[in-house]
Design a protein around this ligand. Structure first.
Ligand code: PHE
Length: 340
């Protein structure tokens, strides 16, 4: 039996040389070490070995089994190394690694964060409303008459069922007052939609941030102070801010706000940046009617509202010459804001 085991050992030594891939190696393992393999079969011969010879034959059996197992292990490692080498062919492992790209907030998100953080410090909380709106929330409740140009089919995207894509975030003012008793002090950043031709200063989908503060005795002074503080937080503490009389259907009096900035390489100039005003009593009256109570009675509460375009804000802040850069998602453009 010793001779038989030696023969198996020798056969295996020759056969392992031919096991040149994983399938062949598995065949080898089954042929020699498997349940019905040569070694197992030889081992069953132990029954007939005499008592005196058993220890020696047993030892031999173990030695051959170990040797064969080592063949398989060594060959398997070799095949793996070969596979690795094949996979790494043509790769220079001494090259320096590639630096992972640093993530960054989009410039629009960055201005939004700045605005939100300044307003939060003044007690404003976030609010939101749907982008698919009713005519009521976008226009009627905001004292905007049927024949107002903003409601024109040329300016607003209407759905067949009469809904529309909100043309401004001011609809969130209405929704907030419908569901919340005064005092309210909210900011509502979000998308707005207009049928504008896309060019270097217009998009048909853009971002606004709305603000509303309603309580007893909110004054024009509060409006001025709040917005001056907001724009100085964003553009620097000495930025001149000016309020220019204007008209919006839902505020009275109304203003446009300009800030004086010096764009790179140009003379300082006033740049229009937001619309605002004291909430029109007609808006409050409509809210009372919708709510069926009088907590927004214009004799009891006053308030101010403002709205600003975030694209415009970003363009002014970084001197971005074309609004389309903000939606193209060109990495070469966006990467510049990674450390801001
Ligand atoms: N909704 C106005 C616009 O889109 C901005 C605005 C908001 C004006 C609130 C006054 C008060 O132009």
């Amino acid at each position: 039996m010793i001779a038989q085991l030696d023969a198996i050992h020798q056969d295996a030594q020759a056969a392992i040389e031919d096991a040149c891939d994983e399938a062949a190696l598995e065949e080898f393992r089954i042929r020699f070490l498997g349940k019905k393999g040569a070694l197992t079969q030889a081992a069953s011969g132990m029954r007939d070995v005499s008592k005196e010879d058993k220890p020696a034959v047993g030892q031999k059996l173990n030695e051959v089994r170990q040797a064969l197992t080592r063949f398989v292990e060594a060959r398997s490692a070799q095949l793996l190394a070969l596979k690795d080498a094949e996979a790494a062919k043509g790769i220079d492992v001494t090259l320096p690694g590639r630096r992972p790209q640093q993530a960054a907030f989009h410039p629009l998100t960055q201005v939004m964060h700045r605005g939100i953080s300044a307003l939060r410090q003044m007690g404003f909380t976030l609010a939101a409303g749907p982008e698919v709106e009713t005519e009521f929330h976008c226009f009627d409740a905001l004292n905007t008459p049927e024949d107002h140009p903003a409601r024109n089919e040329k300016d607003t995207f209407y759905f067949a069922d009469g809904h529309l894509l909100r043309t401004h975030t001011s609809s969130v003012q209405v929704r907030t007052m419908e569901t919340t008793k005064p005092p309210v002090r909210i900011i509502a950043p979000g998308s707005a939609y207009r049928r504008d031709e896309i060019d270097s200063t217009h998009l048909s989908v853009f971002s606004q941030m709305e603000g509303l503060y309603v309580a007893e005795d909110v004054s024009l002074g509060d409006l001025k102070g709040t917005l001056e503080r907001l724009f100085r937080a964003i553009f620097g503490p000495k930025t001149p801010v000016r309020f220019r009389p204007h008209f919006f259907p839902f505020t009275e009096p109304s203003f446009e706000i300009d800030i004086k900035l010096q764009p790179k390489g140009q003379d300082p100039r006033w740049i229009e940046i937001a619309g605002c005003g004291m909430v029109d009593p007609n808006v409050f009256r409509q809210i009372c009617e919708s709510r069926g109570d009088d907590v927004y009675d214009p004799d009891k509460v006053t308030g101010f509202a403002f709205g600003l375009g975030l694209e415009r804000l970003a363009m002014i802040m970084w001197g971005i010459p074309d609004i389309r850069l903000l939606i193209e998602n060109d990495q070469r453009f966006l990467r510049q804001f990674a450390s801001a």
